[in-house]
Design a protein around this ligand. Structure first.
Ligand code: PLP
Length: 475
């Protein structure tokens, strides 16, 4: 007996697994949103050594119930408001299941034409759905690619940017004496600094530009920083503008930033990881003002567009810079389709060679909800965000700590940092809702992200009642 699962056994256990997941979703509100286990607890429940003999599906699932489930923080719980949301949905899981069933490597068109062609189609659909610039369409010199995360997409943009600004010399010969610099707001995501480290440019190459009173990048300060660097013999290579910062969803002035980038020949990358999904709704398209000036743009359907991790969409205006940075073709990857020049090989658009068939889950999601269903979902979250923000602004105890352009409310109790931490800890221990914090203008601020498929008005009412109760219990 070698333990291999026959197709017949897979049919049985596959149906059991789908039932298990459907039950989990149906009963998710019975679990505390945030896992309550202490460090080491999960491992202590499990066999410290791998099994010598095959084990059954039921034996494995017993451990899922007793050891794994208690160690899960339920990102799809309707009371999950921490960090950013996890965009799971049933059609997304089905698309992912099919992708695992195929288990293909979609690194080149030749290794599975459907993987490449569906990815290109879905990315073209998204250009239309989000009303992104037409030069991101695959029929132009630009185009899109699905990556694992915004962090990878930003690293990709950093490498493409330096390909462009150095005419390929750094990617081929190394940094040498080139002193490349990069720019982002002081509120930009840490993935930019990480990308610069990986690219060999180092943290020191990053200029953190001050923000205005709404936590958006100060374009005048950006211009001054670029001018100072040029005067000092540096080569400005990339500016990363935020459409929705992690802390507060601040929207940088992308049009002003884009004009500066054009003037100085600097690559503009737009990071809309969370907030980009809002542009499904016409009234929110303003968040993309100026994106037509961007050389690259990323958003994460796995945050707010009902798609399970991982699915991060990156578009570039000119695919040549990207391919120039990444393309290396050893003999064993040579094939006629690539040689014809008539196909896309996505391995040349990313760091890894191998790639999952991620387009399937996006295709399932977009087809199942339809554009109208996706819009309805986003509109409801925007409404709930405004509702919570209105209660905060009318409250005597709490106040808004930042604008709430999309689906995140940043607010604070007027009692100061310790009071806010106490309120957050109380709510998170209760298990019905889960909040995290940030620091804005030196103050501890609570964040409520509203983007889960199951989050309804009653969950926001419950959160507000919990906040008021926790505030009333403060010493
Ligand atoms: N950029 C922004 C604005 C984010 O909010 C985040 C995650 O919160 C990231 C990048 C990183 O996303 P990922 O986990 O896809 O790398």
């Amino acid at each position: 007996m070698c333990g291999a699962m026959t197709p017949e056994e897979f049919r049985i256990h596959g149906k059991q697994m789908v039932d298990w997941i459907a039950d989990y979703w149906e009963n998710i509100e019975q679990f505390p949103v945030k896992s309550q286990v202490s460090p080491g607890w999960v491992r202590d429940q499990l066999s410290p050594v791998p099994p010598e003999s095959p084990e059954t599906y039921n034996e494995i699932m017993r451990d899922v119930d007793s050891a794994i489930l208690p160690g899960i923080t339920h990102w799809q719980h309707p009371g999950f408001h921490a960090y950013f949301n996890s965009g799971g949905s049933a059609p997304s899981v089905l698309g992912d299941l099919l992708s695992s069933g195929f288990s293909i490597q979609g690194m080149m068109w030749a290794t599975s034409p459907a993987a490449t062609e569906l990815e290109t189609l879905v990315l073209d659909w998204l250009v239309e759905l989000l009303d992104l610039p037409q030069h991101f369409l695959s029929s132009t010199a630009g185009g899109g690619v699905i990556q694992d995360s915004a962090s990878s997409a930003t690293l990709t943009a950093i490498l493409a940017a330096r390909e462009q600004v150095t005419n390929g010399s750094v990617n081929r010969e190394g940094l040498g004496s080139q002193k490349l610099t990069a720019y982002a707001s002081a509120h930009a995501h840490s993935s930019i600094e990480k990308g610069l480290r990986i690219a060999g440019m180092g943290s020191a190459s990053l200029r953190l530009i001050p923000v205005d009173e709404h936590y958006a990048l100060d374009a005048t300060a950006l211009r001054e920083a670029i001018e100072a660097d040029i005067a000092a013999g540096h080569l400005p290579s990339i500016v990363v503008a935020n459409v929705g910062t992690t802390s507060s969803t601040a929207i940088d002035p992308v049009a002003d930033i884009g004009a500066i980038c054009k003037e100085f020949g600097v690559w503009l990358h737009v990071d809309a990881a969370l907030a980009g999904t809002a542009a499904l709704v016409p009234e929110m398209r303003w968040i993309h003002d100026g994106v037509e000036l961007a050389d690259s743009y990323v958003f994460n359907p796995h945050k707010w567009m009902l798609t399970s991790f991982d699915a991060s969409c990156l578009w570039v205006k000119d695919r040549n810079a990207l391919i120039g940075a990444f393309k290396i073709t050893p003999e064993y990857l040579q094939n006629a389709a690539t040689d014809s020049g008539g196909v896309i090989d996505y391995r040349d658009w990313q760091v890894q060679m191998g790639r999952r068939f991620r387009a399937l889950k996006l295709w399932f999601v977009i087809r199942t909800y339809g554009a109208s269903g996706l819009r309805t979902f986003v509109e409801e979250h925007l409404r709930l965000t405004r509702l919570l923000a209105s209660w905060v602004s009318e409250s005597a105890d709490f106040s808004l700590a930042a604008p709430h352009p999309v689906n995140l409310v940043c607010f604070k109790h007027n009692g100061g940092d310790a009071a806010n931490r106490t309120i957050m800890d109380r709510i998170n221990a209760d298990g019905k809702s889960y909040l995290t914090h940030t620091v804005l203008s030196g103050d501890v601020v609570l964040r409520a992200a509203i983007g889960g498929e199951r989050t309804l008005q009653r969950h926001i009412e419950q959160l507000w009642a919990q906040l008021e109760a926790a505030a009333a219990e403060l010493p």
